[in-house]
Design a protein around this ligand. Structure first.
Ligand SMILES: [Zn+2]
Length: 308
């Protein structure tokens, strides 16, 4: 078993550490495991059911993250490879998840880091990975609305491309604050001008200031654009093209045409991302900060505006 398996899990309803295995005396039940992974969901606050993970009807996020190429061949494989190559966003980030992790580890070498909605993410350091889908590194199935850890369990929390997929993002940030130790770090990347992705599991977008407000109990270390206006424009054009038909066989090729024809928009990001105007139509934003005692007020918030 890996390192995090000895870490303290808590009841997702009562937030108290389990006394024996995954047994919660207040719930008077033991939470189950699936594939050796604890399934720690508070069903009252979640779109997911524990039983889904036990009966293999679970949310298929993991396979969509991984996009396995192993069991397809021939033209389909070439098509899939081309799609993946063209889908990869431009490497223009001024600050990324790894920069945040390095900053945390340079402040505290043995920092305990929680990665929410981990997918196939892998970071340096003492990390615990949670997700609503099974993944290579996932230590427990957890919904960010109710993190199954006692309060003050972690030195840092990471949530990349997560908060658009939760029904109540403010509640999830409250949970992040609960499991963080005083002065703990948060790093989040969240979309702004992005079309719907992952189907029904997509709820919210944030402006730069809206994202800042979400983390109003945190003092900022770094924040900015995680995907520029060129990324936004390219995605929107691709989605507009594929909206021409509802037939999957046609949509597939429209998607490829869209991906090829919008490649020049990536260069736009390289030019515009240094401009403050880029904040008005960015694809997404990142925020990196530390937990503070006092929130910034909504009136103060206006002073944090960035835009053209
Ligand atoms: Zn309980």
């Amino acid at each position: 078993m890996n390192q995090a398996s000895v870490r303290t899990f808590a009841c997702p309803v009562h937030k108290t550490a389990f006394v024996d295995g995954l047994f919660c005396p207040s719930c008077n039940k033991a939470y189950p495991e699936a594939n050796g992974i604890p399934v720690l969901i508070n069903e009252a606050n979640s779109v997911f059911l524990i039983s889904d993970y036990l009966t293999k009807k679970a949310y298929g996020g993991a396979s969509s993250y991984a996009g396995s190429l192993d069991n397809i061949t021939g033209l389909r494989k070439i098509y899939r490879r081309a799609m993946r190559y063209l889908s990869e966003s431009a490497p223009m980030k001024e600050f990324s998840i790894n920069d945040a992790v390095e900053a945390v580890l340079s402040a505290k070498a043995d920092a305990e880091i929680l990665v929410i909605g981990a997918g196939d993410t892998s970071i340096r350091g003492n990390a615990t990975y949670t997700d609503v889908a099974f993944g290579a590194n996932v230590h427990c199935i957890a919904d960010a609305h109710d993190l199954p850890f006692p309060e003050r369990s972690f030195d840092a929390c990471i949530a990349v491309a997560v908060l658009e997929h939760v029904a109540a993002p403010y509640r999830c940030v409250d949970e992040i604050m609960r499991v963080l130790r005083p002065g703990g770090y948060v790093y989040a990347e969240t979309p702004f001008m992005q079309p719907v992705h992952m189907g029904a599991y997509d709820f919210t977008r944030f402006t730069y200031l809206g994202h800042r407000r979400l983390f109003r109990y945190f003092e900022e270390i770094h924040s900015g654009i995680s995907g520029g206006p060129g990324t936004s424009a390219g995605q929107l054009i691709r989605y507009a093209l594929t909206s021409v038909s509802d037939k999957p066989s046609i949509k597939k090729w429209l998607k490829l045409v869209g991906l090829v024809s919008t490649v020049p928009f990536r260069w736009l990001d390289k030019i515009s991302d240094s401009n403050i105007s880029a904040y008005d139509s960015a694809s997404g934003f990142y925020f990196f900060g530390t937990l503070s005692q006092e929130p910034i007020s909504d009136r103060q918030l206006l002073g944090y505006f960035r835009g053209g």
